[in-house]
Design a protein around this ligand. Structure first.
Ligand code: FMN
Length: 216
């Protein structure tokens, strides 16, 4: 069904904000993802924001989930549909989004387990990517992604940073190739400057231009 739209009204830009830090109070990535969302709203007019806090729990891939995943859609039992319900909900949030803002604390040189689990829930063959005779094709195209990456000592894109390059790759695999990285890295080395620099980076980004393109 086509959504009704009041003539002349600006449709809200749909932002999905994903947070992954195990910390709530004092989390630099949460502060920065909030700043990015505020900056987009200030530049792009009405926004609707969906929040997904993966630190609160994401289903892990197990035998029942894989069994449900590989059962054709029309043949799934109620129990199998239930196994996939969180995955379906997370995919729906991504499909609906024009812009995706993800907070990425580096944990043990990679992404937090909860964020990896979220990727496992949203990467589904035939739904968010598919294989063709020319190779895989991502089905989540036309979205702008902002990654807020924070770390204690690892520099973004250093050889030991397995978080940022992996996320760029897997998001691109799903069709999200327009990825901007906002860095609050090396906080234990450079101190408060790390977050200050990230704040300045956010303030310098032209959100009105990118969001119009993402919303088009
Ligand atoms: C469990 C855990 C593991 C961490 N592992 C790393 C790491 O491997 N490399 C690194 O540079 N920082 C590491 N850190 C530091 C965090 O990346 C850093 O504190 C970051 O600011 C966390 O994001 P937040 O401020 O949103 O909580 C780790 C922190 C925690 C809590």
């Amino acid at each position: 069904m086509k959504a009704l739209q009041v003539e002349g009204a600006t449709p809200a830009l749909r932002i999905l904000r994903v947070d992954a830090s195990g910390r709530v109070a004092g989390s630099s990535t949460r502060q920065l993802t909030a700043q990015v969302v505020d900056a987009i709203a200030a530049a792009a007019g009405p926004v609707s924001v969906t929040r997904r806090d993966v630190s609160r729990g994401v289903r892990l891939v197990d035998e029942a989930w894989i069994d449900a995943y590989f059962t054709p859609d029309g043949e799934r039992s109620d129990a199998q549909r239930s196994e996939l319900s969180q995955s379906d909900a997370m995919i729906g949030e991504l499909q609906a989004a024009d812009v995706v803002v993800i907070g990425v604390p580096v944990y043990n040189f990679g992404v937090p387990a909860a964020l990896k689990a979220w990727v496992d829930m949203v990467a589904r063959s035939g739904v968010t990517f598919r294989y063709t005779e020319n190779g895989p094709v991502g089905l989540l195209e036309g979205k702008k992604v902002y990654l807020v990456v924070a770390s204690g000592g690892v520099g973004i894109d250093d050889p030991i940073d397995f978080a940022t390059p992996w996320l760029r790759h897997v998001l691109g695999f799903l069709g999200m190739t327009e990825v901007e990285v906002i860095g609050a890295d090396r906080q234990n080395i450079v101190g408060e400057t790390a977050v200050d620099n990230a704040r300045s980076q956010v303030a310098s980004l032209d959100f009105s231009r990118v969001t119009r393109r993402a919303a088009a």
